[in-house]
Design a protein around this ligand. Structure first.
Ligand SMILES: Cc1cc2nc3c(=O)[nH]c(=O)nc-3n(C[C@H](O)[C@H](O)[C@H](O)COP(=O)(O)OP(=O)(O)OC[C@H]3O[C@@H](n4cnc5c(N)ncnc54)[C@H](O)[C@@H]3O)c2cc1C
Length: 437
């Protein structure tokens, strides 16, 4: 047997973002044995990602509280591990980056808190150096990438744009403009809804105050990136006028897409691209719960309360869980308002030109995809979605451009070195390990 490990836990949580941490802390409070695994080196997920460059992270009291409560609970964290597949019932395999081996974890109940990723849409020049995902650039800066003095255009859609712009500016960037594709009209009902969420309203107002000198243009979107070899400027339009903004970097993302690959692989049902859950956050599989962004993009507060409900429900604390339903439902309604406010405009479907790359892993261009009847055909004929990201980036793009949905998820859901796969125990060996000697 190679240096692989098999361990058992009563409750396994995948994802140590706000939702996973809340779920683990609540479940551990009932005395359950809880293990959390995450591919990052520490807890926090996207919003609470730890870093070395940003002064603003350390003073977030919500983050400090959640991580302290988690550390004080008996839940244990397995960082630097990526759940890749499930070969047997109640079993997950995780690839350990540091050691290059695959660990097998068996569980009684599973809570999927795998978060979301940014949606990227192709337009001419979007693959040039200097173009980043908005949240991706923020994560790089949190990790130490120096942005001081750089002129940055922030574009795309969703509340993340404001958060990213404020954060980048705090780290010394000059934000040239923020281009939000949604119209003021579609955002107005959302703004009114914010009145009943004063904390969120205050947060938005703080971002706007920080960025008071930066134009926030609604109904405005990127047409193309200009530059030879790297980005030099972004061409923007409001549908009537088109102009060019010279800049060093473009931070661009069109709201978020739920990470549902693991849920689909396990057999959980989806509706509208989100994991279907009942009032207790239980999926269509008896012992599998899902919380946070995989169940719908609704923000931090939704992630926290959903996590808590699932942690309580998974440890038979139904009454305590029920007491939180009202708050959860309110946060989910906020998420629905978010979806409506930042719905993508049809013009974004016609930004790509025949030679625009859509699948950047396999260099598949828009013209190659136009004649394909489905994503399966596109995959077979062009290799679209079959590269290293396994369709995580182009999948959301082709869904927007052509209406194709990826219905087949294949293990491993993340690339894993062949050496690790070859040295992992077989199903029979795992069964032998699980049997009492
Ligand atoms: C790039 C990005 C940046 C964001 N920045 C902000 C921000 O600045 N402000 C803000 O208000 N909101 C931000 N958000 C939104 C914010 O993440 C959500 O509102 C909310 O906090 C989500 O919590 P969560 O626990 O559901 O997911 P997340 O915080 O995304 O946590 C999910 C965790 O699961 C891990 N994971 C996923 N799949 C696996 C797997 N197979 N194996 C192991 N680990 C896995 C992920 O790496 C991640 O750590 C951001 C979102 C994204 C995608």
């Amino acid at each position: 047997m190679t240096a692989t490990a098999t361990r058992h836990t009563e409750i396994l949580v995948v994802g140590a973002g706000p939702a996973g941490l809340a779920a683990a802390t609540a479940a551990a409070s009932a005395g359950a044995q809880v293990t959390v695994l995450d591919d990052n080196p520490g807890p926090g997920g996207q919003i609470w990602r730890s870093g070395i460059a940003s002064a603003s992270i350390a003073i977030d009291p919500a983050r400090e509280n959640a991580i302290r409560e988690f550390r004080e609970s008996n839940a244990s964290l397995l960082p630097g591990r990526r759940a890749i597949d499930s070969q047997q019932p109640r079993t997950l395999r995780a690839f350990v980056e540091e050691t290059g081996v695959i660990e097998t974890i068996t569980w009684d109940r599973l809570i999927l808190a795998t978060g979301a990723r940014e949606r990227f849409l192709p337009f001419p020049g979007w693959t040039l150096p200097g173009v980043f995902g908005a949240g991706g650039l923020q994560a790089l800066v949190k990790g130490g990438y120096t942005i001081a003095g750089k002129r940055v255009v922030v574009a795309g859609s969703g509340p993340l744009l404001l958060a990213v712009a404020a954060h980048l500016q705090e780290d010394g960037a000059e934000i040239v403009t923020i281009a939000e594709q949604a119209t003021l009209g579609s955002m107005l009902p959302f703004a009114i809804k914010l009145l009943s969420h004063p904390a969120k309203l205050m947060q938005g107002a703080r971002y706007r105050a920080t960025l008071s000198h930066v134009p926030y243009r609604t109904g405005c979107w990127p047409l193309a990136v200009e530059g030879t070899g790297k980005l030099a400027a972004v061409r923007l339009t409001d549908g009537t006028n088109t102009w060019t903004e010279p800049c060093d970097l473009l931070a661009c993302g069109f709201h978020l897409v739920p990470n549902t690959e693991l849920a689909v692989l396990l057999g959980c049902e989806l509706h509208d691209d989100c994991v279907v859950v009942d009032a207790t956050q239980r999926t269509t599989l008896e012992d599998v719960f899902s919380v946070g962004e995989p169940t719908g993009i609704a923000g931090l507060d939704a992630a926290l309360v959903q996590g808590k409900i699932a942690g309580l429900a998974a440890t038979n604390q139904a009454t305590q869980a029920k007491a939180l339903y009202k708050k959860r439902n309110r946060e989910e309604a906020f998420g629905k308002a978010l979806d409506r406010a930042f719905a993508l405009r049809p013009e974004l479907r016609s930004l790509a030109q025949p030679d625009t790359i859509v699948c950047r892993c396999e260099d598949v261009r828009f013209a190659q995809l136009q004649s394909q009847p489905s994503w399966t055909d596109a995959k077979l004929q062009t290799r679209c979605g079959m590269g290293a990201c396994q369709g995580r980036i182009c999948g959301a793009a082709v869904q927007t451009l052509f209406g194709w949905r990826n219905t087949s998820i294949r293990p491993p859901i993340f690339p894993v070195p062949l050496s690790a796969l070859l040295s992992a125990p077989t199903s029979n060996e795992i069964t032998q390990l699980q049997e009492p000697s």
